[in-house]
Design a protein around this ligand. Sequence first.
Ligand code: HEC
Ligand code: HEC
Length: 474
Amino acid sequence: MKAFRVERNLLCHCFQSRWMVVALGVWACGLPPAATAAEVKPAEEQRTAADRGWQMLRSRAYLPPDFDQAVFDSLWTTWNEPLRRLAEQAPVEERRKMTMQRYGLTSDPVDRSRSLQYVVDANGNWTMSCLACHQGQVNGQVIPGVPNTNYALETLTEEVRLVKVQQRKPFGHMDMGSLFLPLGSTNGTTNAVMFGVALMRHRDRDLNIIARTPRFDLIHHDMDAPAWWHYARRTNLYADAFAPKGHRMLMQFLLVKENGPEKFREWEEEFRDVEAWIESIKPPRWPWAVDSVLVEKGRGVFAAHCATCHGRYESPKDYPEKIVAIDEVGTDRVRFDSLSVRERRDLSESWFGKSASSDSKGTANPIGYVAPPLDGIWASSPYFHNGSVPTLWHVLHPAERPVVWQRTPTGYDPVRVGLEVVLFEGMPTGKIPAAERRAFFNTTKPGKGAAGHDFPDALDEEEKKAVLEYLKTL
Ligand code: HEC
Ligand code: HEC
């Protein structure tokens, strides 16, 4: 196995710490960073709805608990050496930090002792929330709405199960579900779309629970959750824009059998607030300096080669939400093929689809993937719907995309713009424990391909350099 280290770039620490202060200060008062006062002046009422939504996401358990504090505190006993010994010798607080890090969880910036991604109740029960997949960090900093690209859901679930056996505790819905459905084969990506399909199969249009045989022909695949600051720009949702947008659509993730149809009606108002929060998130600004001459050149190149699909980012702003035929975009098609017309229609015509505005109709038979908005694109690496490409430089150089890559835990590469990665020509040989294997992104696996979107091939090297600089400013 040959590994080559991508040059590690020195980060500007003064920027880093100032950025953190801004981020924490802004989080504490509930406004997203990077938005200037002029940009964030929604009506007072809307502001409070967004604040309530944010609070709800951090404090409300909408699902049955996944595990308790005693299970969390014993997870380290399932780890391989030398990590296990290190954890054993560490003080409790340090061990908890190691545990959070292993599974891609982050401290809540307001209350550092809590995890942002799980709600913990007064009895110490931990329950997964939307933020498990939808709130992560960039360069070690929490930025509102950035996907959690470290989340190790499959490993967490497996190790929780081992501890529950030791502690003679009953399995929860995740512990059982993962025996039938893979949760995610690479850290930071999940099989979330197929969870949705599997759960929806047991509901009628009004979400009453119906008896049906489970489906065994699901096309499992892992997805990178999209940045939430794009929500405000979208008319329809998801990679193929098939679903009408609305607060009810956001509630799909609550479809476990414990939540009957009445729960969805009861919680609907709270999800208007959750939607207000998601809608209020502004894209974060690039925190380092840019070369303004290069940016100007890049602006022209972008207008000529990229804007017809991705829109314009200075006034008049314009986002066409263009769906590009699957063969034309050429990126991995498993996500596209994994949903049938019937499944798309069933979801859109169910209770979930009935909160959309009249211009949001979705489509049961999309032709390919939507060209996403590129605001804040520097912060939402890795790229493409399946998260297969680690940096913008690699998006712009299709022939040089890595076959196998591994990110550093929190590193950011401000030169290639994206995750700091180690590249490999193939998977390491020999037996690797599953938890360690999930730290590699293997683009040769089904659903994980990094090919396609060859549009940048029309650019010469100077033009690519200029576009890369321009993309930092969006
Ligand atoms: C297990 C991970 C996971 C959890 C938990 C989760 N999501 Fe998602 N979410 C995803 C993935 C993956 C997608 C992309 C699906 C696609 O494009 O097909 C997504 C898409 C979305 C989108 C669409 C954004 C767009 O631009 O199209 C919204 C909004 C969203 N989720 C909100 C939520 C809310 C609200 C919750 C909690 C009730 C939630 N999600 C829970 C993984 C998750
Ligand atoms: C013909 C339409 C089209 C053109 C032209 C185009 N793109 Fe794209 N782009 C797409 C589509 C569709 C996707 C989504 C692909 C996927 O997720 O599988 C995409 C994805 C991307 C992404 C990843 C976004 C993310 O959130 O992961 C970046 C970055 C990007 N394009 C940049 C560019 C740049 C820069 C140019 C011009 C050199 C360009 N694109 C030209 C359609 C286009």
